[in-house]
Design a protein around this ligand. Structure first.
Ligand code: 6PG
Length: 241
């Protein structure tokens, strides 16, 4: 059965992808704040979303974002210090928080200073308890079909109780902390962002849907809306429309 997002948005090039995705987030954030006085978002890590965060914190969008009513969480984190070059928090701080008027109390980095990674995950689970279901979870897409730190063949894929868990990723020889499927799939909206021809093969594989057990991203089926936002280079050539 093909894996079908509720919306498959395709932008013609990277600049338009990040601008249009940022515009969508601003619009949705204002809707949530108007409805409930709050907008909670879990940010994606990796390299792709950096330009999205820069768009969000640049004019004209920066003055449209309800920054003081936004609560910023993270979808996953590497077990490194928050000023390490591999840190997802460090990337978001540089691309977003240092450029926008976000109150410090509204930013919730995943702790990475515990002796055991699972202790940090447990601490984050408690912080996240303040937000029973996130308004938006931003996700990237790895070339192996992972998302957040839900990597193929790892124990976290079968976690059904915890909202946050530690996972040891053999191929990276590193611990990660990640939101789990129960948490992600409880969210009101998920946006999966993919850019560049390096993602075209995995996009095609996943949308074909014939190996759902292989690619962790195919088990992201949120209670709310699932939106995939790609640029044309990330689209399978067969869908040149
Ligand atoms: C991480 C991310 C991860 C990322 C994908 C895509 O911590 O690395 O959360 O899930 O989104 O690996 O990474 P790129 O955007 O760098 O291709």
């Amino acid at each position: 059965m093909p894996y079908k997002p509720d919306q498959l948005l395709i932008s013609p090039d990277p600049d338009r992808l990040f601008l249009e995705c940022a515009q969508n987030i601003v619009e949705y954030a204002n809707e949530c704040v108007k409805l409930r006085g709050l907008f909670s978002i879990a940010l994606a890590g990796g390299s792709t979303p950096q330009r999205l965060y820069q768009q969000l914190s640049s004019q004209p969008l920066a003055e449209q974002m309800p920054w003081k009513s936004c609560q910023f969480y993270f979808g996953d984190e590497r077990m490194v210090a928050h000023d390490h070059s591999d840190s997802n928090y460090a990337m978001a701080k540089q691309a977003l928080f240092d450029r926008a008027p976000v109150p410090a109390d509204n930013v919730h980095p995943i702790p990475t200073d515990c002796a055991q990674a699972q202790d940090c995950a447990d601490k984050y689970q408690q912080q996240l308890a303040a937000t029973p279901s996130l308004d938006l979870v931003l996700l990237g897409m790895g070339a192996d079909g992972h998302t957040a730190s839900l990597f193929p063949g790892t124990d976290i894929l079968s976690e059904q109780q915890k909202d946050v868990a530690a996972v040891y990723v053999d191929k990276l020889a590193a611990w990660r902390i990640s939101l789990t499927y129960p948490c992600i799939n409880r969210s009101k909206r998920v946006i999966v962002l993919a850019q560049g021809e390096g993602k075209a093969a995995i996009v095609e594989e996943i949308l074909r849907g014939d190996k759902p057990e292989v690619y962790p991203l195919t088990r992201v089926r949120p209670k709310g809306q699932l939106i995939w936002h790609l640029d044309r280079d990330a689209c399978p050539h067969s869908s040149d429309t």
